[in-house]
Write a protein that binds this ligand. Structure first.
Ligand code: SF4
Length: 404
């Protein structure tokens, strides 16, 4: 069961509690280039990112934040929350650029570097004071790549004196979780409300990130915080997609996580918004959210007339993608529709019965008829050359009659 965390509303987007799991992403433009950054924020939002984070790494970036907001507001994206990502100099930038502090909807800080090189917490305290003044939530994002080295050494030394010392990896995980929780506690002591704190403990290896979030989850059972999930430095392409999905799926399935980001390294020229698509597919395939109809298609095998089958599955997917904007306006519940495109009689009729609308194509040596099913019941056989066109027509009719 999902852990009941506090709830916060960020520019109209609810996060935590029983709210739907929120999708977020981060730009990779130079924030100082307000136009390029605003354009990428819009692209990410169009693809379904509900919150967008931008790095605020220097004075030029801090100065650009109000301009980015203005560009978003003027282009019809006034409801898109903007989060500022701060490291090392966040306290200084937020203090010296009050418009930036006021404009951002949330701050992300790193407990490993907000007071880098100091034994005091002055910078952290300053950021929390500015967040409270502006009524902004703060994500305390611990990351093993920038773990507080002084704190890690302290934990390692303590561990070395134990009768049964833990492995170095276990101590790193303990330190990461402890660092996030101590910062959250300090934030609360300074007056930041519990529902204004979001925590994350990112690592780059799947079993490690799972262990870190599980430990955090266990440690905060009595006093939960909103959780942001992500596998850091997941990589690019298939590797990043699969590693992130593996980590996030395990955690979400255990009821851990209120918001997710899949951090993918884009290939040169690849759109940044692929990571948003990945979040949507992950949440939909786990049944947490519905963004578009789910098309179930079998992988095909030696029994399929492979080109025909693959082509039909693609045509159905393309048709749904093309019609989705129009359908969503007319038939908001259509995103919950399940469509099955099956390759032969082996699993075809069985799988089709679990879908809202389905087609089972004839496999090799089977009679050249394609039975269709509507809401689990046999509807009619399609025959002839134009089976894909006939099925798409049937799909359109079904959407109109069932979801209007
Ligand atoms: S349903 Fe038929 S075509 Fe599809 S994978 Fe199974 S046996 Fe092969």
């Amino acid at each position: 069961m999902r852990l009941k965390t506090p709830k916060v509303t960020i520019r109209g987007i609810e996060m935590g509690g029983t709210s739907p799991i929120v999708i977020q992403s981060m730009t990779n433009t130079d924030t100082a280039d307000a136009k390029a950054t605003a354009t990428q924020c819009m692209e990410l939002s169009d693809k379904g990112s509900e919150i967008v984070r931008i790095t605020v790494n220097n004075e030029q970036a801090a100065k650009a934040v109000p301009k980015i907001r203005q560009l978003l507001d003027d282009s019809g994206y006034a409801s898109l929350p903007l989060v500022g990502d701060f490291h090392f100099n966040g306290h200084k930038l937020l203090r010296e650029y009050p418009k930036c502090a006021e404009t951002l909807d949330k701050y992300r800080i790193n407990p490993g570097n907000s007071d880098y090189g100091s034994t005091e917490n002055k910078n952290f305290e300053e950021i929390i004071a500015i967040a409270m003044e502006n009524d902004k939530p703060v994500r305390i994002g611990a990351n093993w790549g920038s773990i507080d080295q002084r704190f890690l050494t302290e934990m390692m030394n303590k561990n070395a004196k134990m009768i049964k010392p833990k492995s170095d990896k276990e101590v790193i995980i303990d330190t990461l979780v402890e660092s996030a929780l101590r910062s959250a506690e300090n934030g609360e002591k300074l007056g930041l409300k519990n529902n204004k704190i979001v925590l994350s403990v990112k690592m780059s290896v799947v079993p490690d990130v799972i262990a870190a979030y599980e430990l955090l989850h266990q440690r905060m059972r009595e006093h939960p915080y909103i959780l942001h999930l992500g596998l850091t430095e997941a990589g690019s392409g298939m590797q990043g997609l699969i590693a992130s999905s593996a980590a996030l799926a395990v955690l979400l399935n255990k009821g851990i996580g209120d918001t997710i980001r899949i951090s993918l390294t884009p290939k040169p020229g690849e759109s940044r918004s692929r990571e948003v698509e990945a979040c949507k597919i992950l949440l939909q395939s786990m049944g947490y959210r519905h963004f578009k109809p789910q098309v179930t298609s079998c992988p095909g095998c030696g029994r399929t007339e492979s080109d025909f089958f693959q082509d039909l599955a693609q045509q159905v997917n393309r048709h749904i993608a093309k019609k989705m904007a129009e359908w969503k306006k007319k038939y908001p519940r259509v995103a919950e529709m399940k469509v099955a495109v099956m390759g032969c009689i082996v699993n075809g009729p069985g799988e089709s019965k679990h879908a809202d609308i389905a087609i089972s194509l004839p496999g090799k040596m089977e009679a050249a008829i394609a039975p269709t099913y509507i809401q689990g019941k046999f509807h009619k056989n399609l025959t002839g050359e134009k089976i894909p066109e006939q099925f798409i027509k049937l799909l359109e009719k079904f959407v109109k009659s069932c979801y209007s």
